[in-house]
Design a binder for this molecule. Structure first.
Ligand code: ADP
Ligand code: MG
Length: 702
């Protein structure tokens, strides 16, 4: 259970003064939550920049365009004339060196007079501008008297906002949340505190939200870094705790003598690449160890991960155990079965598929055979983790495209056996820092070479205005018997309204069908599984030559004969996604072409992305560039590249801290694996604060 001392931080934001149902909605949106955010969500929403109000010039010294705080006397008002309600209410103020006009549009009657009584002295803060030859401040941010000035902060935090939510509302809510901050125990070891010169966590939160110096809110400054370290430590410790549960019961080794594996290798129509052989050997070695395997197999699309996974499954079958392969989509699960089936048959491996589509008797039959141990490898989707799926002896869980599954799903699958070994397949090469962040100390195998005989892909970018040329070109390709993917971003009609019109797959399908008739097919995510498979099969068989698709073809789909891909609104896709999509072509012996159609004008970010994707097909390089580019969404010197799933840590800035947090977590696991005593209590508190407590029940009471 969460320590009581954290309860105030998990109170809903609606418990704060001034946060009602309307604000609730806006805060949900801002903080990315489905339900009412808690104070902790607010406190972890860190400023993006600051406004510096410390400049205190005399009027004559004001630099137009800067934020200033001036001390002035109110000389006279010129209220909005009744006949011209759109004209502003002007207030003339001055000091001994000159005059400034304060401008208020649509002010409530009497409001400005009360704020700035004639003859009074006021401190006014805002952005000074020249208008009509006069120095003006339009809608000053602050107007205070002597007493208010004493309390005026020289530096105001500026938060990322959402439409309808004013920065003032966020500041007021955060200020109240800071009041509720309890006395938190120190969970970081004294040595690390000393080495990194970390402040206390409460001080860190205080100073990033109420900065005293401009540098207080810099992500690489001591305050933000302290919070990032806390977040990373919570993540690393949670992973380490899960990992510590992974010892295998003695005698339960999972690798056999290799007889099935050699049969499969003999049945392959090609030779394994060197990196496939290395990965296979590393896995066999893991399976022999007394601790469970936790290995990530990274390889670009088309690098041949499936066969490595199959060989791992064969290894556990050799000792009479079972394996499961879970894929994120039905298309992908069927793709795996298709690749695997002929090889499995040659080796006598009994396989089956289980997705949402296997129902009734068919499903019951599969489940019965699985429980009786008559299925060696079960391939499927989420359907695999349903409660009534029971293995006789599950020993290996292969999870494809891991980043689409949460930790809970992975745990749910491994819970279906004893000491289950885990192999994660990822087609999105993850930079080393991210591997650490997401998987902790996972072992990594990389398939860096492409299987022999692959042709390079010629990638070009062109504006939408050349659409007709592209369609003509596609027509010629179709006549020459080529297979073409046409990818559209998926946007519901209603969603696109008022935002921007994106090409909708259905519309594009219809227009291409008008031109090319029944050589055109369509797949998208809303179609029923059977329907999708039918169209995919037609495309694979060449019955249709042009497949219009949404990103459902992003992962895993394997039609080696497809050599052309058109991607519409390519500027809308992320780098990793473009790379994934393009990986659907260039899989056969023939040269392939990828055309990226974009809408003009391109912003710098999209330009940079399209350039990278044109220049390289190396997924590892693309992943690194992606990280680098996303790190450049730069607001006033602050990097905005969040680690997905992390709110405070930034991949660019805090890369160093990830390693240090990992080391700290390992030390804790060594010295105090049950999280006992005072420090243990503090660490539990940390895990609850960052909601990484899922591993705590595994420890028992502490
Ligand atoms: P991915 O890593 O994207 O999952 P797949 O396992 O689907 O890649 O393999 C892509 C294609 O490459 C498949 O058609 C597979 O049969 C083929 N393939 C795998 N390994 C090799 C190899 N060593 N030599 C030639 N072709 C291979
Ligand atoms: Mg694959």
């Amino acid at each position: 259970m969460r320590p009581a001392l954290l309860n105030p931080l998990f109170a809903p934001v609606t418990s704060l003064a001034g946060v009602g149902p309307k604000q609730d909605k806006l805060f949900r949106y801002l903080l990315g939550r489905d339900d009412t955010p808690r104070l902790v969500d607010l406190l972890f929403h860190l400023p993006a920049s600051v406004i510096d109000r410390r400049a205190r010039p005399k009027v004559r010294e004001i630099v137009p365009g800067t934020v200033v705080t001036i001390e002035v006397t109110v000389d006279r008002h010129r209220p909005t004339p009744p006949r011209n309600p759109r004209a502003p209410h002007l207030v003339y103020v001055s000091d001994e060196t000159g005059d400034v006009v304060l401008t208020y549009f649509r002010a409530q009657p009497g409001y400005v007079e009360k704020l700035l009584p004639v003859g009074s002295k006021r401190y006014v803060s805002g952005t000074a501008q020249i208008y009509d030859g006069m120095l003006q401040i339009t809608h000053p941010d602050r107007v205070v008297d002597e007493a208010g000035f004493a309390k005026l902060s020289g530096i105001d935090p500026v938060y990322p906002l959402t439409e309808g939510l004013a920065v003032g509302s966020v500041r007021r809510a955060v200020a109240q949340a800071l009041q509720k901050l309890p006395e938190l125990p120190e969970w970081i070891s004294p040595a690390v505190i000393r080495r990194c010169k970390f402040p206390k966590v409460a001080e860190a939160l205080q100073r990033v939200h109420v900065p005293v110096e401009l540098t207080d809110i810099l992500p690489d400054g001591p305050f933000w870094s302290r919070l990032a370290f806390d977040e990373l430590l919570a993540g690393q410790l949670a992973l380490a705790l899960v990992r510590a549960q992974l010892r295998r019961p003695a005698g339960d080794r999972h690798a056999g003598d290799g007889h099935l594996r050699s049969k499969i290798i003999d049945a392959l129509p090609y030779a394994l690449t060197a990196s496939q052989r290395q990965a296979t050997a590393a896995i066999a070695d893991d399976l022999r160890q007394p601790i469970r395997m936790l290995r990530l197999l990274q390889g670009d699309v088309g690098s041949g991960k499936t066969v490595v996974a199959l060989l791992a499954a064969a290894a556990v079958t050799e000792v009479g155990k079972q394996a499961a392969l879970m894929a994120p989509t039905e298309i992908l699960a069927r793709q795996h079965i298709k690749t695997i089936a002929p090889l499995a048959e040659r080796a006598g491996l009994r396989i089956a598929i289980l997705t949402g589509r296997e129902k009734g008797r068919e499903r019951r039959d599969i489940l019965a055979r699985l429980e009786a141990g008559e299925i060696d490898l079960l391939v499927g989707t989420h359907a695999l983790i349903q409660d009534d799926v029971v293995f006789k002896a599950l020993a290996l869980a292969v999870v494809d495209e891991q980043h689409r599954f949460g930790v809970r799903e992975r745990l749910a699958l491994t819970a279906k056996g004893e000491a289950v070994d885990v192999l994660v397949l990822s087609a999105t090469p993850i930079p080393r820092t991210l591997v650490l962040t997401y998987f902790g100390d996972m072992d990594v195998s990389e398939l860096r070479e492409k299987p022999a005989g692959r042709q390079p892909i010629d990638t070009r970018a062109m504006p939408n205005s050349r659409l007709n040329e592209v369609i003509d070109g596609v027509g010629r390709a179709l006549s020459a018997g080529k297979r073409v993917y046409w990818i559209c971003p998926l946007v519901e009609e209603s969603e696109a309204e008022g935002i921007e019109h994106l090409t909708n797959a259905t519309q594009r399908f219809e227009s291409l069908q008008e031109r090319f008739g029944d050589r055109v097919g369509l797949v998208h995510g809303q179609m029923r599984g059977a329907e999708k498979d039918r169209v995919m099969a037609q495309f694979a068989a060449g019955e249709i030559g042009l497949l219009v698709a949404t990103t459902v073809v992003e992962v895993g789909v394997d039609v080696p004969a497809a050599t052309i891909m058109v991607i519409e609104n390519a500027e809308r896709f992320g780098l990793a996604q473009l790379h994934q999509l393009r990986g659907r072509i260039g899989r056969g012996a023939e040269a392939s072409t990828c055309l990226l159609l974009y809408k003009e004008p391109l912003n710098d970010m999209s330009k940079a992305r399209l350039k990278v994707i044109r220049e390289t097909t190396d997924g590892f390089r693309i992943a690194e560039e992606d990280l680098r580019l996303r790190g450049e969404g730069d607001v006033l010197g602050i990097r905005q590249s969040g680690l997905p799933g992390y709110r405070i840590a930034r991949s660019e800035v805090h890369g160093q801290l990830i390693t240090q947090a990992r080391d700290e977590a390992l030390r804790i696991m060594k010295d105090n694996p049950k999280l006992e005593g005072e420090r243990g209590e503090a660490l539990r508190c940390l895990l609850y604060l960052f909601e990484r407590d899922e591993a705590l029940p595994l420890l028992g009471a502490g």
